[in-house]
Design a protein around this ligand. Structure first.
Ligand SMILES: Nc1ncnc2c1ncn2[C@@H]1O[C@H](COP(=O)(O)OP(=O)(O)O)[C@@H](O)[C@H]1O
Ligand SMILES: [Mg+2]
Length: 277
């Protein structure tokens, strides 16, 4: 059974798409079958992997419940990497979805057998807490939250965690927060160090060890239609994303063990909390 991750944060420009595309590329390069599902009407992940914005079927058709994810998935370029592209139609989904009864679960239903077909599925969320992000959080097993090392990062994260609690309580109790990744860290600035310290003080277990530096190679990679790990494999940004992918695999292994243990122990509330750390 593969893992389905939502890459989410209600703020735009924090590195969600960059993180999704590069974790996906690293996992695909190591031989896993990987699917990235672009859920943002800006289509940034789609374009970053060299596809057009008007491809059909798209993630819109899956969200609306018209097409399965398997039908909408297509090869993304690098070996083992597949994408469900976004399309401009998606801009309407935030208005249409609330009109459809029970639509919170559409994406989960449309994923179906894709959960087994791909070792890793990454849902690249739009910058909002609207119905599309809720669909992703209902479809996912786990969440990764990219946070930009800048002023008010902690406030934004706390707001996101509140929403996550709500989704867990109402819609997807099994959803696990895997971790928070600090992105666009500019090590020359004091602010970046202060923000990192604050995040680690508040959430010592949650914040990934790996920090993604601000790096020009990362910023330019989408204009070449490539993940930075392919565009500039020797860059610092690339090295950081490879390290993050390794750390993620490590965390996933660890949480698998505790999920198995908690199943043995009839999923006691304490075991559940341990899994969520
Ligand atoms: N580590 C980084 N260094 C420099 N630029 C980055 C880095 N990560 C992301 N960017 C750039 O910042 C912008 C926002 O990143 P993106 O991943 O699209 O954020 P989001 O998906 O959260 O809106 C993009 O132009 C991207 O290329
Ligand atoms: Mg994005």
């Amino acid at each position: 059974m593969g893992s389905v991750y939502a890459i989410a944060n209600q703020k735009g420009g924090v590195g969600k798409t960059t993180t999704a595309v590069n974790i996906a590329a690293c996992a695909a390069a190591s031989g896993s079958q990987v699917l990235i599902c672009d859920l943002d009407p800006q289509c940034n992940a789609t374009v970053a992997l060299g596809l057009d914005r008007d491809v059909r079927p798209s993630s819109y058709d899956c969200l609306i419940g018209d097409r399965s994810v398997a039908e909408a998935a297509r090869p993304a370029g690098p070996d083992n990497l597949w994408i469900v592209p976004a399309n401009r139609d998606l801009a309407g989904a935030a208005v249409e979805l609330p009109r459809i009864e029970g639509s919170d679960r559409n994406l989960r239903q449309m994923l179906g057998p894709v959960r087994e077909r791909f070792a890793l599925t990454l849902l690249d969320c739009p910058p909002s807490l609207g119905p599309v992000t809720v669909n992703a959080l209902v479809a996912a097993d786990r969440v990764i939250v990219p946070v930009q090392a800048e002023y008010l990062a902690l406030e934004g994260l706390v707001q996101f965690l509140d929403t996550l609690q709500l989704v867990r309580r109402e819609l997807n109790p099994a959803l696990v927060l895997t971790g928070v990744v600090i992105t666009m860290h500019d090590e020359r600035t004091r602010l970046a160090h202060d923000v990192e310290r604050e995040l680690r003080d508040h959430f010592p277990e949650l914040v990934f060890r790996t920090v993604i530096p601000r790096n020009v190679r990362v910023a330019e990679a989408p204009s070449f239609g490539l993940p930075v790990v392919e565009h500039a494999p020797g860059s610092r940004g690339s090295a950081a994303y490879r390290e993050l992918a390794d750390e993620l695999a490590e965390r996933e292994g660890a949480s698998r063990v505790s999920v198995e243990r908690s199943n043995d122990a009839q999923a006691s509330p304490k075991a559940q909390v341990e899994v969520e750390k």
